[in-house]
Design a protein around this ligand. Sequence first.
Ligand SMILES: *Cc1c(COP(=O)(O)O)cnc(C)c1O
Length: 374
Amino acid sequence: MSPDPFPRAEVRIDLDLIRHNLALLAGRAAASGAATMAVVKADAYGHGAVPVARAALEAGATWLGACSLAEALTLREAGIQAPMLAWLDTADTDYTPAIAAGVDLGLSNAGELERAASAARRAGGRARVHLKIDTGLSRNGCPPHAWPALVKSAAADSAVEVVGIWSHLACADEPGHPSIDAQASRFQQAYDVALEAGLHPMRHLANSAATLTRPDLHFDLVRVGIAMYGLNPVPQPEDLRPAMTFRSSVVSTKRVDAGESVSYGHTWTAEAATTLALVPAGYADGVPRTLSGRLDVWLDGRRRPVVGRVCMDQIVVDCGDHEPAPGTEVVLFGSGEGGAPTATEWADKIGTIDYEIVTGMCRPRVARSYTGQR
Ligand SMILES: *Cc1c(COP(=O)(O)O)cnc(C)c1O
């Protein structure tokens, strides 16, 4: 796939960096005897599920995690055979395709268990399920009071194979937060109940943050998302490299006099004569309008400020006395190398998390291309 000529706005995904990040995480997991699940939900956090899944499996992941069954089936349709878990669908999702495709189901209650079991009976197979205990996040997951009954009915149903028990942490990105140990202790109690019911399921609890900071919580499998994409969820530095670069290019430049203002509302006025570069990426392409007045881009080897409001289709960069050639690459965020902007910087500025920034780049106007070995 040739990267040139430039689309208006593009995310470029470096699969070698995905491999680098995954190998680092899988190495930590392996050191405590755990396998690694690469979480590729939401089109791999905007990076593209199929190429990322393949890269992650090459680099040491042995499981894939999806949110919906449909996401998992997309991976199967692409020929990916690895063990796969899907954990959140709707109240009426038909689980039948999961049985034929060999997709494991994350289940939280008796209704879901019954739907999985009846799908398995219809399909003439067994449903592979991972029962989820709610240890304190209070989203899905079975509450502790209902857990013994859920475990018992799963153990008694020959249409169901309980492969795992699992849970999800609320505050793993704040190492030392007391909820982490509290959740771990409830998880242990839930495991004891499963053992008493005669089950010997695998266990998984850790997300990226716990994979990096809590080796004692790796159990049999860790589920890594954000860190595989090179964004660090914990305060300590880690050798993670952002795999997504969001870039556009200069369309044209113009010289303006001191006193000329830029973009809607005239929120910025040139103090001296300067050269403005027009870049065809705006809020329809994922540049948050709330970054107006506090956004820099990387252009010809340095940071330059975007001036005036972010528009739907375009932004204007103040280049001073520099005159970039039309077609010059403009990096909006990327690896951060040399001091270039990152998705994390955007997130910090607008009061969100980098997860939302990269996942939000999955949009029809933004092209996606890949570098690194495919
Ligand atoms: C998204 C998700 C993960 C991955 O979380 P990160 O913080 O991105 O590592 C793990 N487990 C579950 C259940 C998830 O929904």
